[in-house]
Design a protein around this ligand. Structure first.
Ligand code: FMN
Length: 309
């Protein structure tokens, strides 16, 4: 590793429930911590009222409207220094949006001070739907005056059809093990271990002051892998999320009887949608794919930015 002696400070911020995202960051940061004269400060964002894990069914859906509308939640201030050379922000996707505690932190005055004019690398570990969440993250970071320079994404192992079962099972029961023909839930060990390559690259980049430039530091390293098939699904799902979130909010405050009634209706609607409209949509898209290839390729390369494939 080529590290010159320049003192650099890196702030690593994240919110992780099961510890998966924390492990991803631990592996990614490990080479950076070995790097001469780079100081890494690790801070977990703490909501004032902790969220449960595993999630009871109604608690899980109760956060849906606030996540979608980026309301955030109240969080503890972190004990960070005032100035950092680079911020690594780890977040998970909740209902196609950054998780509520991370949004909550990004809306604080402390975030305004920490992020202003700072280069930011986002690190996402989620099931496989993060495109809209990252669009929302871009807006939150822009509002803070931060510069998003890279995005690293790790998604759960197995096909979408399988993770549609394994990820919610894990969230609602805490069980991650493989069963029947389903793979283990979560990001694979290999993918987590391989993320150390980003830490190695960041060490070199910080040594060369590259974080001061506009160019990404993690280009052409496989930082993201955009699944083109999910672009339309995410866009359609998000439109319906905005409508249903409004209805659920109108039905009552979090955990009220009114809200839980609408959540029950919504979850049945969602299940029907997934079992009928989603396969139909996938089938139609397969047929029209040759005619839409150009537009799809353009959308994929848009979502791959800033780090690229
Ligand atoms: C309330 C909730 C909603 C979620 N929604 C999504 C989602 O829209 N897209 C996705 O890819 N993963 C989603 N996930 C999975 C998370 O992104 C993440 O993989 C999981 O919470 C494990 O992360 P952690 O244990 O490190 O916090 C959701 C999880 C929770 C708890």
């Amino acid at each position: 590793m080529d590290c010159r002696v320049i003192h650099k400070k890196v702030l690593v911020l994240y919110y992780s429930q099961s510890g998966q995202l924390k492990r991803v960051l631990d592996m990614l940061i490990a080479p950076l911590q070995q790097c001469a004269d780079v100081q890494c400060d690790f801070h977990q964002i703490q909501p004032l009222r902790p969220y449960p894990y595993p999630w009871p069914f109604y608690s899980f859906f109760n956060v849906f409207p606030e996540a979608v509308y980026l309301d955030g939640c109240k969080v503890e201030p972190i004990e960070a220094e005032d100035e950092y050379d680079l911020i690594i922000l780890g977040y998970t996707s909740w209902f196609l949006s950054p998780s509520v505690p991370v949004t909550g932190f990004l809306k604080t005055n402390q975030a305004k001070r920490l992020f202003k004019d700072k280069p930011v690398v986002t690190v996402i570990a989620c099931r496989d739907m993060w495109l809209i969440a990252q669009e929302k993250m871009k807006a939150l970071l822009a509002a803070l005056g931060a510069r998003l320079i890279d995005n690293v994404v790790l998604t759960d192992q197995g096909k979408s059809l399988y993770t549609f079962v394994t990820t919610p099972r894990w969230m609602l029961t805490g069980k991650k093990d493989a069963f029947w023909f389903f793979p283990k839930a979560g990001v694979s060990e290999e993918a987590m271990e391989a993320s150390s390559r980003f830490g190695e690259r960041l060490c070199v980049a910080l040594g060369n002051n590259e974080e001061r430039n506009k160019a990404p530091l993690l280009a052409d390293m496989g930082a993201v892998n955009v699944n083109g098939k999910l672009i339309a699904t995410e866009r359609i799902a998000h439109r319906s999320f905005l409508i249903w979130s409004k209805l659920i909010k109108k039905a009552g405050p979090p955990n009220s009887a009114g809200r839980n009634i609408v959540i029950t209706i919504y979850s049945l609607f969602l299940l029907t949608l997934v079992l009928t409209v989603v396969p139909l949509n996938m089938f139609i898209r397969k047929i029209i794919y040759p005619f839409r290839k150009k537009a799809l390729d353009a959308a994929v390369s848009y979502y791959e930015q800033p780090s690229g494939r």
